[in-house]
Design a binder for this molecule. Structure first.
Ligand SMILES: C[C@@]1(CC(=O)O)c2cc3[nH]c(cc4nc(cc5[nH]c(cc(n2)[C@H]1CCC(=O)O)[C@@](C)(CC(=O)O)[C@@H]5CCC(=O)O)C(CC(=O)O)=C4CCC(=O)O)c(CCC(=O)O)c3CC(=O)O
Ligand SMILES: [Co+2]
Length: 256
């Protein structure tokens, strides 16, 4: 029997059916990277099964150890408040289960590599970098830490990839919006403006980013990250990090 903790991927959920289809495709890639590892998905909202139902089922089946991995790019509301509350509540009802929450996916060079893969798919050539300004369009959060982290990711990516500029934009909760960031780059004289959605799956907020890119006539709109191979590798990396965490004395277990 496989004694490794079960991987529970916690996805946001969406009314858009492409969201859950993308999450499933990503999990299939993770299973291919780690044959024999049990990978389950639970949703916070909109889709079934919800996280508490999955944990109940796992506990009933005799699973004792779970790594709960937020399928989120940023440590903000969902990662800091929402998921810990859901896990605490479930852990209190399921005393045989040990649940560890893994780190969120970002920031990571694997994510910028996935963004570059998507920009190339949208037609951007490596030689275009110096003349291209990129709008890094994320979901947005009212958590100021998220905004600061996104600004740092934009700075770092600009620095390492050699873009003419990288500017953050947000689909909700904070400003600027995608269309305003595209216009600002144009006003600064940037020749080619590309929009890179820093979101995982198609859905409501990605559609808003795409509408903003069209409205401001961006030259290029990349697809969402989706089941990129870099993302699958990053999930495995965060899972491994959580499995190793207690050995470092960095106990994140929610129930003993
Ligand atoms: C807390 C809040 C902002 C705040 O106020 O701080 C916030 C935060 C975050 N959402 C994130 C992600 C996604 N959000 C959606 C969808 C919706 N999100 C909405 C609201 C809110 N989202 C605010 C709560 C307001 C309230 O509930 O009172 C909805 C209801 C309405 C709306 O936006 O108007 C709309 C449903 C639309 C519908 O009805 O169908 C999808 C799915 C999709 O787009 O379809 C994804 C996955 C995208 C992907 O695939 O990556 C992340 C990024 C996490 C990460 O990866 O880092 C954060 C950041 C964080 O965690 O803080
Ligand atoms: Co949201």
């Amino acid at each position: 029997m496989d004694t490794r903790p079960t991987l529970l991927v916690i996805a946001h959920g969406s009314r858009d059916p492409r969201h859950a289809a993308t999450v499933s495709a990503l999990c299939a890639r993770v299973r291919a990277l780690r044959p024999g590892l049990r990978v389950e998905v639970g949703y916070l909202d909109f889709n079934a099964p919800r996280v508490p139902r999955v944990l109940e089922r796992l506990s009933a089946e005799g699973v004792r150890d779970v790594v709960a991995l937020p399928l989120l790019l940023t440590r903000a509301f969902h990662a800091k408040s929402d998921i810990p509350a859901v896990l605490r509540e479930a852990a209190a009802r399921l005393p045989l289960l040990t649940i560890r929450q893994a780190e969120v996916l970002g920031p990571s060079s694997l994510l910028t590599a996935a963004l570059e893969r998507r920009l190339a798919e949208a037609g951007l050539r490596p030689g275009d970098r110096r003349s291209t300004g990129v709008v890094l369009a994320s979901a947005g959060s009212s958590d100021p830490e998220a905004g600061a982290v996104l600004a740092e990711i934009a700075r770092e990516w600009w620095h390492t990839a050699g873009w003419c500029a990288v500017r953050p934009a947000f689909a909700s909760a904070s400003l600027p919006r995608t269309a305003d960031a595209v216009r600002a780059l144009r006003a600064e004289g940037v020749r080619r403006v590309a929009v890179a959605p820093y979101v995982i799956a198609p859905g409501f907020l990605p559609d808003r980013i795409a509408a903003g890119a069209r409205e401001a006539r961006a030259d290029l709109l990349a697809p969402v990250l989706g089941p990129a191979p870099e993302l699958a590798r990053l999930l495995v990396r965060r899972y491994d990090g959580a499995v190793l965490a207690p050995a470092r004395g960095d106990l994140t277990a929610l129930s003993a």
